[in-house]
Design a protein around this ligand. Structure first.
Ligand SMILES: Cc1cc2nc3c(=O)[nH]c(=O)nc-3n(C[C@H](O)[C@H](O)[C@H](O)COP(=O)(O)O)c2cc1C
Ligand code: SF4
Ligand code: SF4
Length: 253
């Protein structure tokens, strides 16, 4: 989504670039060189995933316009606004908060609220999302003020979901494990943002630093990663492999 937004902004004449927080360490960022800062991230229980929160906390203070765009599987509430607060407290001027609905990637036992979006419904999501991104790009280009999700329902629902997730996370979310299908390919070890996997004797072993980004679970080439016994039922507990049904594209380590 961030890449699509940057493309749309470039089409309007802006020199926009998009990069992943996993590729560019905060120390390499020169905020002074930019006119506008934008953040874009998937909703993680009405907040940003902890790795991205930490990244935002480390960005230097600046008096710059800021926009925040989220992707959500069903409801974003006040997430964009809430996650941007550490930046607004350090001088950034938030002019746009918005959400783009994308396929849902999160469906594991005890958190099986809405199923992972089936592949045949993904193209419709993408078409709608592309139109939405184009409209947002027009607003961002004009630096038009547009703040979504901060009404009473957005704020209350967001606060409740953040509280519920932080309070019950350890009980609701099972630990992952690799089953006997694991080939020891090491994909999960190389791609986990929190180094929660290591290879021992040619098999993947889970360690307890997981932030539930779902990357290993969704992209293990042989679907060997399970949240519980139930997730062996791969037709019910479907793995979502990105909007274009492709393998996760990066090899970070
Ligand atoms: C731990 C976790 C929590 C999530 N919480 C929410 C949520 O609160 N609201 C929501 O609509 N989607 C939630 N999702 C779904 C993702 O936000 C959604 O599938 C994602 O934005 C898809 O976009 P992407 O393809 O850009 O990653 C959650 C996903 C995970 C893994
Ligand atoms: S990605 Fe899957 S098969 Fe490869 S090491 Fe990890 S659990 Fe095993
Ligand atoms: S879901 Fe997998 S890849 Fe993501 S943090 Fe947890 S162990 Fe790492």
């Amino acid at each position: 989504m961030a890449q699509r937004l940057a493309e749309q902004l470039r089409a309007r004449g802006d020199a926009a670039t998009a990069f992943s927080c996993e590729d560019v360490p905060v120390a390499q960022i020169d905020v002074a060189a930019w006119d506008v800062l934008g953040i874009a991230f998937p909703v993680h229980s009405s907040f940003a995933a902890p790795v991205f929160r930490d990244y935002l906390e480390q960005l230097p203070p600046a008096d710059k316009p800021l926009f925040a765009v989220t992707t959500a599987g069903y409801w974003a509430g006040d997430t964009a606004w809430y996650a941007a607060q550490p930046l607004t407290r350090r001088g950034y001027r938030l002019f746009l908060c918005a959400n783009v609905l994308m396929p849902n990637n999160f469906f594991i036992p005890k958190m099986d609220v809405l199923p992972v979006t089936p592949p045949e419904r993904v193209p419709r999501f993408l078409e709608r999302a592309a139109r939405r991104v184009a409209r947002l790009a027009r607003r961002i280009h004009a630096q038009e003020r547009h703040i979504e999700g901060t009404g009473i329902i957005g704020r209350l629902g967001g606060a409740l979901q953040r509280w519920g997730y932080s309070t019950f996370e350890s009980r609701m979310l099972a630990r992952f494990s690799a089953d006997e299908q694991c080939t020891g390919c090491g994909w999960c070890v190389r791609h986990c943002p929190t180094q929660s996997w290591e290879l021992r004797d040619g098999k993947a072993h889970f360690m307890d630093r997981c932030i539930f980004c779902m990357r290993c679970y969704s992209f293990c080439p042989v679907q060997a990663i399970q949240a519980t016994e139930k997730t062996r039922r791969v037709t019910k507990y479907r793995r979502y492999q990105g909007p274009e049904g492709k393998r996760y594209p990066k090899l970070v380590r």
